[in-house]
Design a protein around this ligand. Structure first.
Ligand code: HEC
Length: 148
């Protein structure tokens, strides 16, 4: 029992218990005095969960699709993708028009897989994502609206 290692847990037990008690007391006080603050703190998490459940294929916006799929390559110009907002890289491509570019993405082009890898995207969703992406580089495509 002279090994100092075996003594350490006992020495720590008291301060740890005090800190735990203080933290618990703090939580309790917060709940009692401000339930609305607690609700607003957890709200962002709840919102994300609700979105994941309610956004059905077919009704995703261009921004949502871009952020979850297209940005993986286009944000930084990975694997030769024309970088988002890079007007020089997009200029010649924009000449294909909204429909032409949408057709490219549906079919896949070069290192870009069909539908940009989003195999469950509808054609309309691809068109939304193309508008969102190309408009950063100066296009003025109209994103097909999401039916409510
Ligand atoms: C795996 C990487 C990757 C992902 C993910 C990706 N792209 Fe691409 N994208 C590319 C590359 C690489 C090119 C250039 C292809 C070429 O010209 O050879 C490209 C080109 C394009 C073009 C121009 C097509 C043309 O005809 O010039 C559009 C529009 C486009 N992407 C939109 C999208 C959209 C919308 C998404 C999401 C649904 C997406 N991309 C996802 C890599 C990607």
């Amino acid at each position: 029992m002279s090994n100092p290692r075996t003594l350490r847990p006992a020495r720590l037990a008291m301060p740890v218990a005090l800190v735990a008690a203080a933290l618990l007391a703090g939580c309790g006080a917060q709940n009692k005095t401000d339930p609305e603050a607690t609700a607003s703190l957890i709200q962002p998490v709840a919102r994300v969960v609700i979105q994941a459940v309610t956004i059905a294929p077919g009704s995703r916006t261009g921004e949502q699709i871009y952020k979850s799929i297209c940005g993986a390559c286009h944000d930084a110009g990975a694997v030769g993708a024309p970088k988002t907002g890079d007007a020089a890289a997009w200029g010649p491509r924009l000449a294909l028009g909204h429909d032409g570019l949408t057709a490219s993405v549906i079919a896949g082009k070069g290192a870009m897989p069909p539908r940009g890898g989003g195999s469950d995207l509808t054609d309309t969703e691809v068109a939304r994502a193309v508008a969102h992406l190309a408009n950063f580089a100066g296009a003025s495509f109209t994103e097909p609206p999401v039916a409510q």
